[in-house]
Ligand binder design. Structure first.
Ligand code: NAD
Length: 495
């Protein structure tokens, strides 16, 4: 078999972007950026460390202090942010192809979802920035109390590899729109589009030093950023274990604000009176297998009420062949490659754990496209899963669905909430009282009722419990990147 991406003519630049300049790591170290599509080395990427982080933070600090960005009128920042969004759309094909080659998702989704969502996010926060008013407190007439938002300063951003551009945009858009400087560390598994974003930001008119990108590994580049004494806020998306370390590092250093968007094991609860079984099946299967199952909010625990479980699973299994893994560069492919060999091995280990714990394998369960040189796995469904099994408790982050059953609403809520995570959930029923009652009882950041795919930049995204602290998206995200300042003014009124 020919390598999938041998015809790609894209050239990649893996150097860091600091203070408006492309440059190698101070140490000169690099690492291979390997495509999970076919195992090819795409380019060498700068392996940044403490010295590079220091330089990037210093550049961000200088830009913040001389007010080259925050000093612009909000309407001017708005125009530049919108130009930044337009730059993404101008380079949409290139960015989509880069994302696909770098992390394996189908190019049709990289183009239609990732590029468009990232651009929309930049545009939305840009548009918002000159429409938010500050407050005057209802004090006595002898004083005036102004309550104003100010940018926090230098914001460190650390993101994962599953939606590299979108995860970055959710943080850099509100942070930049609010007037901050940003130092972004992308995942070592998918560093390329972040570096292009920083170039496009410069082309759009964001001044040098305001948005810096430092690729590298977590302990070498991420930790120095989270521990840095001159970083005012760290915004992290990634796994729960690393998220916990981020809060510790914030506390160990300068008590910087720490915001974490972490893992999930979202329950999808289908009652026997589900109003549209076909739609519920399509949502259950489509959402767990979208992005190869590498979505924090994937509904990976499917609870189906006993009386409809057989009918549900029959319909579900009929859909599985439509998710057969294929070449992500083929526009017809809906299931691409797992991000790398390490993650593929994790997924395969979880599949073995499911078998060993006695769950019943209904579909998939093994590696796919072995001769491609890439990392592929068949979409997998386990039935007979118990909530205390490893595949029900732990986030797999791959195309593996665990099917469980329940007797009544109380049982469903008890099992759904018996998780360290609390990111999202769904409930399917035609009974409005049941839908509201269950939605209120679920300890999660977002509940879907009779659908799973609604999403919009206007609504907050984030979790309860160990799914993290804070919310991305919506106007609430500005809270993360702004300080609240009160100014008291005495009024000695002559009248
Ligand atoms: P990860 O925690 O391994 O890595 C995330 C980022 O943290 C990477 O950039 C990595 O280099 C960096 N990092 C790793 N160790 C570090 C350290 N010691 N100090 C500082 N930085 C460090 O996660 P991942 O495998 O890249 O991503 C998958 C995880 O992300 C899943 O758990 C998923 O649920 C989560 N996620 C959550 C959301 C959300 O909004 N809640 C969205 C997407 C992904």
């Amino acid at each position: 078999m020919k390598p999938f991406n041998q015809h790609s003519e894209l050239q990649f630049d893996g150097r860091a972007l600091i203070n408006g300049q492309r440059r190698s790591a101070v140490s000169g170290a690099t690492f291979d950026c390997i495509s999970p599509v076919d195992g090819r080395v795409l380019t060498q990427v700068a392996r940044c460390g403490q010295a590079d982080i220091d330089d990037a933070v210093a550049a961000g600090r200088a830009a913040f202090e001389d007010r080259r960005w925050r000093g612009l009128a909000p309407a001017q920042r708005k125009r530049i942010m919108i130009r930044f969004a337009d730059e993404l759309l101008k380079h949409a094909d290139e960015l989509a192809l880069t994302e696909t080659l770098d992390m394996g998702k189908p190019v049709k989704y990289a183009r239609a979802v990732d590029v468009n969502s990232a651009a929309n996010c930049l545009r939305w926060y840009g548009e918002a920035v000159d429409k938010i008013y500050d407050e005057i407190a209802p004090t006595a007439s002898t004083a005036l109390a102004l309550i104003q938002r100010e940018p926090v300063g230098v914001v460190g951003v650390i993101v994962p590899w599953n939606y590299p551009m979108i995860m970055a945009a959710w943080k850099i858009a509100p942070a930049l729109a609010a007037g901050n400087s940003v130092v972004l560390k992308p995942s070592e598994k998918s560093p390329l589009t972040a570096l292009r974003l920083a170039e496009l930001a410069l082309e759009a008119g964001i001044p040098a030093g305001v948005f810096n990108v430092v690729p590298g590994f977590g302990p070498e580049a991420g930790s120095p950023l989270a521990l840095h004494m001159d970083v005012d806020c760290i915004a992290f998306t990634g796994s729960t274990p690393v998220g916990k370390q981020i809060h510790v590092m914030a506390g160990q250093s300068n008590l910087k604000r720490a915001w974490t968007e972490l893992g999930g094991k979202s329950p999808n609860i289908v009652f026997a009176d589900c109003p549209n079984l076909d739609r519920a099946v399509e949502a259950a299967i489509g959402s767990i297998f979208f992005n190869q199952g590498e979505s924090c909010n994937a509904p990976s625990r499917l609870f189906v009420q006993d009386s409809i479980k057989d009918a549900f699973l029959e319909k579900a299994l009929a859909l599985v062949p439509g998710y057969a893994p294929g070449n992500p560069l083929d526009p017809a492919t809906v299931m691409g490659a797992i991000v790398d060999q390490t993650q593929l091995n994790n997924v395969l280990r979880y599949i073995e754990a499911g078998k060993a714990e006695g769950a019943k394998l209904l579909a998939g369960g093994e590696q796919a496209l072995l001769h491609s040189g890439g990392c592929y796995v068949h979409p997998t469904i386990f039935d007979g899963v118990k909530n205390d099994m490893k595949i029900a408790r732990e986030e797999i982050f791959g195309p593996v669905l665990s099917v469980l059953s329940f007797t009544d609403a109380a049982d469903a809520v008890r099992q759904a909430n018996a998780s360290v995570y609390g990111l999202q959930a769904a409930v399917w029923t035609r009974d409005i009282n049941l839908a509201h009652g269950v939605a209120r009882a679920l300890r999660v950041g977002t509940v879907h009722v009779n659908q799973y795919d609604e999403d919009d930049i206007t609504v907050p995204f984030g979790g309860y419990k160990q799914s993290g602290v804070g919310r991305d998206k919506s106007l609430h995200a500005f809270d993360k990147y702004t300080e609240t300042k009160t100014t008291w003014i005495r009024i000695d009124s002559p009248v």
